[in-house]
Write a protein that binds this ligand. Structure first.
Ligand SMILES: Nc1ncnc2c1ncn2[C@@H]1O[C@H](COP(=O)(O)OP(=O)(O)OP(=O)(O)O)[C@@H](O)[C@H]1O
Ligand SMILES: [Mg+2]
Length: 234
């Protein structure tokens, strides 16, 4: 579904991604783990078109997209839930959800999409008129995911969706991601919550200092001694 080939991405002279090649297969729940500053957010922002690779290619469903503008990439169905949620706090839950549908093409009516989101996050239906800024942290993350779902994603990318949430709420979010995956959606998840993320992953990559250093199934990486030591503290 998505393939990057030899991505080299820089911030001025600092090289943040070095020859990064990854693949997301249809119906993967692909997880990317790595420490602070490894390059995870940079990779997602490059795929979304927010950053341009100095070298390398990005193919989505067989077509090169690395030179396309972000709105075009979004219309193709690559939708990102950004780090820190980036909601519109002074707008209602309904308005935030509508913003998600704004760019997307005719994959179902607006009403159908609202229903799809409410089936997954019933709490959002109860709070449609509430300002987003007054929601709890967990609810805000649900709204951020709901907003992305309103765009009818083919590939849903999430950057640290459980950062700052309680373990209980984080578990709920992971369960929802697993459910979306079981429903046939392709997901690309960046997470520092390595244990929970690898448990639901179909495949995963480890990034260190801008390079992919390991690739395997989630289960295999959970058993890998280096992953255990470096990321699980075992
Ligand atoms: N806007 C920027 N300008 C300059 N350097 C940046 C910028 N954003 C990130 N970097 C650098 O690029 C490298 C990769 O950062 P990135 O944010 O992609 O890491 P990350 O894996 O998402 O980290 P974290 O887990 O802390 O979110 C880091 O060395 C970081 O300091
Ligand atoms: Mg990051």
């Amino acid at each position: 579904m998505l393939r990057t080939e030899g991505l080299n991405v820089f911030y001025d002279e600092l090289q943040a991604l070095i020859e990064v090649s990854i693949e997301v297969h249809a119906e993967d729940l692909l997880v990317i783990i790595g420490s602070n500053g490894a390059g995870k957010t940079t990779l997602l922002r490059t795929i979304s078109g927010l950053l341009r690779p100095r070298e390398g290619k990005i193919f989505f469903q067989g077509e090169a997209i690395e030179e396309e503008p972000t709105d075009r990439i979004c219309m193709r169905g690559i939708v990102q839930v950004p780090e820190g949620r980036k909601l519109f706090p002074q707008m209602t839950v309904r308005e935030n959800l509508e913003m998600g549908a704004y760019l997307s093409t005719a994959r179902g009516t607006l009403a159908d999409r609202f229903q799809g989101v409410f089936q997954i996050f019933s709490v959002l239906e109860e709070r449609l008129k509430q300002f987003a800024g007054t929601l709890s942290g967990g609810e805000q993350q649900m709204l951020a995911i709901g907003r992305a779902l309103m765009a009818g994603p083919r590939l849903l990318m999430l950057d640290e969706p459980t950062l700052g949430l309680s373990p209980k709420v984080a578990s709920e979010i992971y369960a929802i991601l697993a459910k979306l995956h079981q429903g046939g959606m392709s997901l690309l998840l960046v997470s520092q919550d390595v244990l929970q993320a690898l448990r639901i992953a179909s495949r995963a990559y480890v990034i260190e200092n801008g390079r992919v250093i390991m690739e395997n199934s989630g289960q295999e990486l959970l058993r890998n001694p280096k992953v255990k030591e470096a990321y699980l503290g075992i």
